[in-house]
Design a protein around this ligand. Structure first.
Ligand code: G1P
Ligand code: ZN
Length: 546
C-alpha cells in the first residue's frame, strides 16, 4: 500500500459543538478541510490503531465522498478493520450498537442530524468512542487543539470501494466489510420488545401506524422492522427512501417539519392512522403523535419511566433516570414517586454516557425529541417508536388516553421551546451575558405573580468522573415549579440560535386541556421581558416553536 503524506495548513474553526463538527457542505468542500479533521481524530484516538472502526452516515450529500476519503486515511493510519454500512448508510443508534456488539474501538458518523442536506445544506462528522457513545468534551477539545496545529495528513493511494455490495475489501492490510445496515439493529430491537404482541396489534386490523422517515436514514430500518418483521399496515412507512437532500425537506421530526405526517393524523377522516411517528436525518430523534394529539418529548420520557417495567427488555425495572437541563421536569415526578434518582445534565447526549456506563440510569432523554436507554449509548428514534407500540399493545389504549392517565397520576407539565435562529452571534452572547449578570438580583422578584426562587447559570459536576461543565444555560425557577431556561444552541451553522424553554406544572385536571401557548402565555411574557429578545434583535416572534 502506498501512503502519501500530504502537507496541509490548519483551519481555525474545527471545534466540535453539541454533537460533532457541523458546517455547510461548501465549507467542508474546501481543499483539505475534511482530511485535516479526520486526521486530527486519528491523532487523538491513537488506540484505534490495529483495531476495528465502524463507519457510516445518514446518506446526505457528501456522505459517499467522505466515506471513501475516511477509508483511505484510516488505512494509512493503521486501522485493522472497518465495518461500513451498505451504500454508506448507518443510523446513529445503529453505529452505537455496532461498536458495542463488535467491540470496535470507535465509530465515525457522517451526519448533521436534523439540519437540511444537499449541496447547499449542512454536513457533519461525529466521533463515538468504544462504549458506543459520543466522544466526551475532553476528547473533542483535544481534537480541536490538534486541528489548529496540524501540518500533514496520511492517505492511502487506493481505488474507491464499492459501497453498494456487501462484501470484504482491502486497502493494503486494512480489511473493509460492507455490511447490511439494518439487520444487527433490528435484531437488537427484537430482543428488547415483545414483537409478537406488537404484530398482533397490526394483524388485528384495528390499529395502523404511519412512520415518516423524512427521506432520511431510517427508511430502510422502518421498512424492515415495521413492515416486514411486524407486518404493519400498507402505507406504514412514508418518505422511506433516503435521499441526498432529504427531498428538499428539513429532516427534523416536529410539528413544523413533519407536515405530511401531521396532516394524515390530524384529520377527522376514518382513514387516519391511529399512531404517527417520525425520525430525523440520522435516526436518533423521534416524534410521537396520536390522532389530533401531540406527545411532548419530555412527557414521552416520563411515560417511558413510569411504564418500562411492563416491557420485556426492562422487566427488571428502571434503576434511575436522567434528563438534560432544558427538558421538562415531568420525569422528575415519576422518579420521585418510584424512589429512584433523577439526574439533571447539560444539553447533549454525551453527558448521559457515564451515568449509563456506571449503571446509575436505565432511561434518559431530552426535550429535543430524543430518548433512549442503556441498550446503546445514543438516543434512538425507532426504539422510542417501538417502546410506544409495545405500550399501546399492552394497555390497548390510544396515545391520548395514555397521556391523560399519566397526567391524572403525576400532574401535567405544559412545555414549549422558542427558537430564534440566525442571530448575530455577538448580540446573542450579549443577551446571555446580560442575563448571567442578573442571576443573583432576580431571586426573590415577582413577575405577574410568579416569584423567582432560584436563578443561576447551570453547572454540572459529573458524579462519575468529577468533570465540570460550566455556563450550560440560565435557569429561572419560580415558586409554583414553573421554569424558564435560556441557552445558545451548539449545533447551528449560521450565526447564533437562542433557545428559550418554558414550562409550567399543573395538577388541577380541569386545566389539562388548555393549548400549550395559552397555558404558558404569562411565562412567555416574562421570558421576553427578561431577555429583551424582541428589542435586541427586532424580532417579533420566534422562528420555530416546539
Ligand atoms: C440540539 C438539542 C440537543 C441535542 C442536540 C443534538 O442541540 O437541543 O438537545 O442533544 O441538538 O441532537 P443545541 O443546538 O441545542 O445545542
Ligand atoms: Zn439526530
Amino acid at each position: 500500500m502506498k501512503v502519501h503524506t500530504i502537507k496541509t495548513t490548519p483551519f481555525t474553526d474545527q471545534k466540535p459543538g453539541t454533537s460533532g463538527l457541523r458546517k455547510k457542505v461548501t465549507h467542508f468542500q474546501q481543499p483539505h478541510y475534511l482530511e485535516n479533521f479526520v486526521q486530527s481524530i486519528f491523532n487523538v484516538a491513537t488506540d484505534l490503531k490495529d483495531q476495528r472502526l465502524i463507519l457510516g452516515g445518514d446518506g446526505r450529500y457528501y456522505n459517499s465522498h467522505a466515506i471513501q476519503v475516511i477509508l483511505k486515511i484510516a488505512a494509512a493510519n493503521g486501522i485493522k478493520h472497518v465495518m461500513v454500512g451498505e451504500n454508506g448508510l448507518l443510523s446513529t443508534p445503529a453505529v452505537s450498537h455496532l461498536i458495542r456488539k463488535y467491540q470496535a474501538a470507535g465509530g465515525i458518523i457522517l451526519s448533521a442530524s436534523h439540519n437540511p442536506g444537499g449541496p447547499e445544506g449542512d454536513f457533519g462528522i461525529k466521533f463515538n468512542i468504544a462504549n458506543g457513545g459520543p466522544a466526551p468534551t475532553t476528547f473533542t477539545d483535544t481534537v480541536y487543539e490538534k486541528s489548529k496545529n496540524i501540518k500533514e495528513y496520511l492517505i492511502a493511494d487506493a481505488e474507491d470501494i464499492s459501497l453498494n455490495q456487501q462484501d470484504n475489501y482491502y486497502i493494503g492490510g486494512m480489511q473493509i466489510t460492507v455490511i447490511n445496515s439494518v439487520t444487527d439493529y433490528a435484531d437488537l430491537m427484537e430482543q428488547l420488545f415483545d414483537f409478537p404482541k406488537i404484530k398482533s396489534l397490526f394483524t388485528s386490523g384495528l390499529f395502523s401506524i404511519c412512520f415518516d422517515a423524512m427521506h432520511a436514514v431510517t427508511g430502510p430500518y422502518a421498512k424492515e422492522i415495521f413492515s416486514k418483521r411486524l407486518c404493519a399496515n400498507v402505507g406504514a412507512v412514508i418518505n422511506g427512501t433516503p435521499l441526498e437532500d432529504f427531498g428538499g425537506g428539513h429532516p427534523d421530526p416536529n410539528l413544523a417539519h413533519a407536515t405530511e405526517l401531521v396532516a394524515k393524523l390530524n384529520t377527522s377522516a376514518n382513514t387516519a392512522p391511529d399512531f404517527g411517528a417520525a425520525s430525523d436525518g440520522d435516526g436518533d430523534r423521534n416524534m410521537i403523535i396520536g390522532q389530533n394529539f401531540f406527545v411532548n418529548p419530555s412527557d414521552s420520557l416520563a411515560i417511558m419511566a413510569a411504564n418500562a417495567h411492563l416491557l420485556p427488555g426492562y422487566k427488571q425495572g428502571v434503576c434511575g433516570v436522567a434528563r438534560s437541563l432544558p427538558t421538562s421536569r415531568a420525569v422528575d415526578k415519576v422518579a420521585e414517586s418510584m424512589g429512584i434518582d433523577c439526574y439533571e445534565t447539560p444539553t447533549g447526549w454525551k453527558y448521559f454516557g457515564n451515568l449509563l456506563d456506571d449503571k446509575r440510569i436505565t432511561l434518559c432523554g431530552e426535550e429535543s425529541f430524543g430518548s433512549g436507554s442503556d441498550h446503546i449509548r445514543e438516543k434512538d428514534g425507532i426504539w422510542a417508536v417501538l417502546f410506544w407500540l409495545n405500550l399501546i399493545a399492552i394497555k390497548q389504549q390510544s396515545v391520548e388516553k395514555i397521556l391523560h392517565a399519566h397526567w391524572l397520576r403525576f400532574g401535567r407539565h405544559y412545555y414549549t421551546r422558542h427558537d430564534y435562529e440566525a442571530l448575530d452571534s455577538t448580540l446573542a452572547n450579549e443577551l446571555i451575558q446580560n442575563l448571567r449578570a442578573q442571576t443573583t438580583s432576580l431571586t426573590g422578584n415577582n413577575y405577574n405573580d410568579y416569584k423567582v426562587v432560584l436563578c443561576d447559570d447551570f453547572s454540572y459536576v459529573d458524579p462519575v468522573d468529577g468533570s465540570i461543565a460550566k455556563n450550560q444555560g440560565i435557569r429561572i425557577l419560580f415558586a409554583d415549579d414553573s421554569r424558564i431556561v435560556f441557552r445558545l444552541s451548539g449545533t447551528g451553522t449560521e450565526g447564533a440560535t437562542l433557545r428559550v424553554y418554558i414550562e409550567r406544572y399543573i395538577t388541577d385536571p380541569s386545566q389539562f386541556d388548555l393549548t400549550t401557548q395559552e397555558a404558558l402565555a404569562p411565562l412567555i411574557d416574562i421570558a421576553n421581558r427578561l431577555s429583551e429578545v424582541q428589542k435586541r434583535f427586532k424580532r417579533e416572534t420566534p422562528n420555530v416553536i416546539t
